[in-house]
Write a protein that binds this ligand. Structure first.
Ligand code: GRF
Length: 211
């Protein structure tokens, strides 16, 4: 079974969705950069090894990254899953886990990288918003896209209602992406992700079941 380390910073609902998805994986550890993350409690309540490495304890980003990498490597994971992990990781860290490091981002990348994606989507007046699971590269929120889900932006949406609609899809696509990963179905041609050799990648909307 593939070994997974999950990195979180807060609530941990994506982590919980992964844990609840009956995936053929071993969760080797959950690590947060904040000791007060609610997600750590969820992990502990499920008897998973859960740790915090406080980013505030490190003056330099590289030192935090090194401490985090040392902890991760104790568990020899096949994949490192960023699930609401809110720290930017440096080049060395990203290179160390290249091809094994994935993230979920609450927008249809490459639109709206960074934070406050739902506010930006409302400000720009887009009609379709969504979420993306992607490989992590040195460029923030920019790696090869594994799966996306789209949701409509409704006229009476505010940030909260839009975030909730997107989050529902995050909980659906992240477990799917991890299933593909651990089943070895993901091939890459440059920035394109091909599923089991089939081109076309993986764009889903709530009405379309992924292959
Ligand atoms: C999610 O919307 C994720 O996409 C973003 O931060 C949020 C984390 O939520 N990066 P949770 O901790 O998984 O509940």
């Amino acid at each position: 079974m593939k070994r997974i380390v999950i990195l979180i910073s807060g609530r941990g609902s994506n982590m919980a969705a992964i844990l609840d998805s009956n995936l053929p994986i071993e969760i080797a550890a959950v690590i947060s950069n904040r000791g007060d993350s609610a997600g750590l409690e969820i992990a502990r309540s499920r008897k998973l090894p859960a740790f915090s490495i406080e980013h505030k304890d490190y003056a330099l980003r590289e030192d935090f990254d090194s401490a985090l990498a040392m902890k991760i490597d104790e568990f020899s994971p096949d994949f490192v899953i960023l699930a609401g992990f809110m720290r930017i990781l440096g080049i060395d860290f990203v290179k160390r886990y290249s091809g094994r490091l994935v993230n979920i981002h609450p927008s249809l990348l490459p639109s709206f990288p960074g934070t406050k994606t739902h506010r930006k989507a409302l400000e720009e007046g887009v009609k379709i918003h969504g979420c993306t699971v992607h490989f992590v590269t040195e460029k923030l929120d920019h790696g090869a896209i594994i799966i996306q889900a789209a949701v409509p932006v409704l006229e009476d949406d505010d940030e909260e209602s839009l975030a909730a609609r997107v989050l529902e899809q995050e909980h659906r696509i992240y477990p799917q992406a991890i299933r593909w990963l651990v089943e070895g179905r993901i091939n890459r041609e440059g920035n394109r992700v091909l599923l089991g050799g089939k081109s076309g990648g993986a764009l889903v909307s709530p009405e379309i079941e992924p292959r």
